[in-house]
Structure formats: structure tokens, C-alpha cells
Design a protein around this ligand. Structure first.
Ligand code: TIU
Length: 227
């Protein structure tokens, strides 16, 4: 019997024989807590905090079902050798990537502000990937990891919807993965950009993929994969 997520847009999302991977994009202090990269760019980070309990629920489901779980962090090396100068100076902020803020050096791997938030710390066996770009495939081992696990379908959550999440989902779509973005497990500093992103990903018959609310995703996956 074929299992689906019937409440998905633009139409039911067919679930594969082995569970999809869950990729949580950049749920790191840099974007979600005050004093990080997100606030240095002039954003209100409290907007992103409201999805944390939902992301945790999705993560708990993925753990129960033994799914492949990948957390990403937007992160640069301490010597900035993987940070293009154009990225560093963009926006002309007072404090830039690599500069020291209240949570350590902005967007630098290993600094306190670059860590995943407390509620979403990875468990042993989960991947915690540092990524130097907006997309999760660029200059990371993500494609190798997914192929090693035989993954064909990916569920996405995380921040921000129209920047790193959308870029990563588009990269995954171009590599042949069937992708679904969990609507209430992603957020933007700009609510209208979040909505526009959900609409553009699913337009034209799902040109990039699907979206669905977390309740529909959790119900369908529990029903399909729980032993
Ligand atoms: N600024 C913004 O909305 N996002 C980023 O810079 N990175 C991610 O989306 N993770």
C-alpha cells in the first residue's frame, strides 16, 4: 500500500519505502538569539523563536522513527579562508562575520554563537554539518551522506525560509530528491517572504517540491513507519 501525506501542497506527497531524511537548517544561536549574526544584520530574532517547539516536535518524531537526521550550521573557519570577501562586507554592518560579538566571533565554527540552540542539540548518530554557504550541499559532504543512506526523500525545516532553507531545497531538488518543507517548522525575519517562498516552491505543480503542516507530516510518518 502506498502511503502519502494527504494534506501536502500542491498535492499528496508520496512516502518512500524507507523514511525520508530530516534536514534542519541553521537552527543556531547566530540566527535565533540576540547578539548573533541575524541581529547584526538588523533583524528581529524573536520572530524565529516561535517555531522552536514545533521543530523540536518534528525532531522527536524523527528520532522515534530512526530517521537520518542532519543539522546544519552556517559556519566559517576561524581563518575565514572559506568566507568570500564579498560575503563578509555585504550589508556594511557594524559587526561582520569573524568579528567578536556577545556570543563570540560571528558565524565562526566552534564559537558559542555558532552552536545549535539548547533545545535542538544533536544526539550521537545525528549529523552536525558546518556549511560555508547558504545552500547545504555547497562545500559539504551532504550528498555523500544522503547517498550512503539510500535517501530519496527529504523533509526540511529551519531558518530562514527564503535564504538558507530555500537555497538548500533547490539544491536538493536539482539533485533529484523529492523535497517537502514543513510549513510551521520554518520561519523568516520577513513573514511575507516566508509565505512567498512556500507559494513559489509549490507553484507550477510543485516546481521545487511540497509543503505541509507539521501535524500532517507527523501523523502520516507515524502511521507509515512506526513499528
Ligand atoms: N539573513 C538570513 O535571512 N539568513 C542567513 O543569512 N542565513 C540563513 O538563512 N541560515
Amino acid at each position: 500500500m502506498t502511503h502519502t501525506i494527504p494534506g501536502a501542497k500542491p498535492y499528496a506527497y508520496t512516502l518512500p519505502a524507507i523514511p525520508p531524511a530530516l534536514i534542519l537548517i541553521d537552527m543556531q544561536r547566530d540566527f535565533i538569539e540576540a547578539g548573533g549574526f541575524g541581529s547584526a544584520l538588523g533583524n528581529d530574532v524573536t520572530l524565529l523563536q516561535k517555531i522552536v517547539p514545533t521543530v523540536r516536535k518534528v525532531l522527536d518524531m524523527a528520532r522515534r522513527l530512526g530517521m537520518v537526521i542532519i543539522h546544519t550550521r552556517e559556519a566559517h573557519k576561524a581563518d575565514l579562508s572559506d568566507c568570500p570577501p564579498a560575503k563578509r562586507v555585504r550589508g556594511n554592518a557594524a559587526i561582520k562575520i569573524g568579528d567578536t560579538g556577545p556570543m563570540g566571533r560571528l558565524l565562526i565554527d566552534g564559537e558559542p554563537g555558532n552552536d545549535l540552540i539548547a533545545l535542538l542539540q544533536p544526539l550521537p548518530g545525528e549529523y552536525d554539518l558546518a556549511k560555508p554557504g547558504k545552500g547545504a550541499f555547497y562545500a559539504t559532504p551532504l550528498q555523500d551522506i544522503l547517498q550512503r543512506h539510500g535517501i530519496t526523500h527529504i523533509l526540511f525545516g529551519g531558518v530562514t525560509t527564503e535564504v538558507c532553507v530555500q537555497t538548500s531545497m533547490r539544491e536538493a531538488n536539482d539533485r533529484g530528491y523529492e523535497c517537502l518543507l514543513i510549513e510551521d517548522a520554518t520561519e523568516s525575519y520577513f513573514p511575507e517572504f516566508k509565505q512567498a517562498t512556500l507559494d513559489m516552491l509549490t507553484a507550477q505543480g510543485g516546481i521545487v517540491g511540497w509543503t505541509a503542516p507539521s501535524a500532517a507530516v507527523i501523523a502520516a510518518l507515524e502511521n507509515t513507519y512506526a513499528k
